[in-house]
Design a protein around this ligand. Structure first.
Ligand SMILES: [Zn+2]
Length: 352
């Protein structure tokens, strides 16, 4: 059971994060300033939910968990938060990584789109070939695969793997809920809207998420994880038209010098979508970014809970004393350093 003080912590943190008045948010804001997307400097800054979005989604998902899980996750909340961006960071160093973050639903015919969610990975690979699937992204299957792995880690009561896989699956789930992760036009490059990926995912949350309500309630068991993963990408894809159409409509009303402005960050002046353009776009989207962030938080909590239940609800209080050994810490640091090598050329939507 979570101790009373932990529940108080939880409440305080939710209040802080919801009302945007707590130290944590100030801290997160500092991270945004340091790390968030720049329209021109996409090589240096993330083009994804970014440090801010991914970390916030993983962190808040902890507060959806039941008492039997909460203590362990709360104790390791910094790990789950900090490691929320690992999958993006290893995209260039690990060959299989890139396709796990997206799915280009629009390349599949409608009839096939209806069938795909019913195919296991093996069935899909037999019908379409692994090459085709990898080329167009595999995020819903990968979420399901991660679900099996995390369940296994719970079964073995392997604290290190539980934490690493929880952080990872949180990342993929958050990506699956982003409309621009479900299309081949992932950065507006086919419709002369280049930069829209980072605009939607990083600039808007950075400017407006202080107003969002992140209280999503308690995690719930997921009956059919693969179906749920597909539902998420289908829902995100259904929101894609508004993402692109509203930006185009608004662009027609703005001159270039009004659409873009310059921000100073860390002493560097960067071109970015102007505050006025961002505000008008955000209004047109009618809480879409907030909805997708909330959906991500809830779904991450739901999947963590489901893995734990399917593993037989192991007693996580036995893992409360877990600490990374010196050797493990060194191995971790070494692995993270290896991700900095840019071995593979992958599409830039997840640039970090
Ligand atoms: Zn990603």
């Amino acid at each position: 059971m979570a101790k009373k003080s932990e529940c108080n912590d939880c409440f305080r943190e939710i209040v802080h994060l919801s009302l945007a008045k707590g130290k944590i948010l100030v801290f997160c804001s500092a991270i945004i300033v340091l790390k968030s997307t720049g329209w021109q400097t996409k090589k240096e800054f993330p083009m994804v939910w970014g440090f801010f979005g991914h970390q916030k989604i993983n962190r808040l998902a902890v507060f959806t968990l039941p008492p039997e899980m909460f203590g362990f996750y709360k104790k390791n909340i910094d790990f789950i938060t900090e490691n929320a961006v690992n999958p993006d960071q290893r995209r260039y160093a690990v060959k299989e990584e890139a396709p796990r973050h997206f799915i280009d639903l629009d390349i599949y015919k409608d009839s096939l789109k209806l069938l795909l969610p019913t195919f296991s990975w093996r069935e899909a690979a037999e019908k379409l070939s692994e090459d085709t699937l990898n080329r167009h992204g595999i995020v819903p299957w990968h979420i399901n695969f991660m679900k099996f792995q995390l369940t296994e880690a719970f079964r073995k009561k392997d604290a290190r793997r539980i934490l690493m896989l929880s952080a990872d699956i949180g990342h993929y789930i958050a990506d699956a809920n982003v409309p621009l992760h479900t299309t081949k036009n992932y950065n507006g490059q086919l419709t002369n809207q280049i930069g829209i990926h980072g605009f939607w995912e990083s600039r808007l949350p950075e400017l407006f998420s202080e107003e969002y309500d992140f209280f999503v309630g308690q995690a719930e068991y997921v009956q059919i994880p693969q179906k749920r993963a597909w539902q998420a990408v289908m829902n995100a894809h259904a929101a894609l038209d508004s993402v692109l159409i509203f930006e185009r409509k608004l662009t027609n009303q703005f001159s270039d010098d009004k659409k873009f402005g310059f921000d100073e960050r860390n002493g560097v002046t960067m071109k970015n979508y102007s505050k006025e353009f961002s505000m008008r776009y955000h209004e047109m989207l009618k809480n879409q970014v907030e909805r997708q962030m909330r959906a991500s938080i809830k779904m991450v909590g739901d999947f963590w809970l489901t893995c734990w239940i399917d593993a037989g609800q192991p007693d996580l209080t036995q893992l409360l004393n877990y600490q990374l050994s010196k050797d493990e810490k060194e191995a971790d640091d070494l692995e993270k350093k290896s991700w900095l090598q840019k071995v593979f050329d992958v599409r830039k939507e997840g640039d970090n």
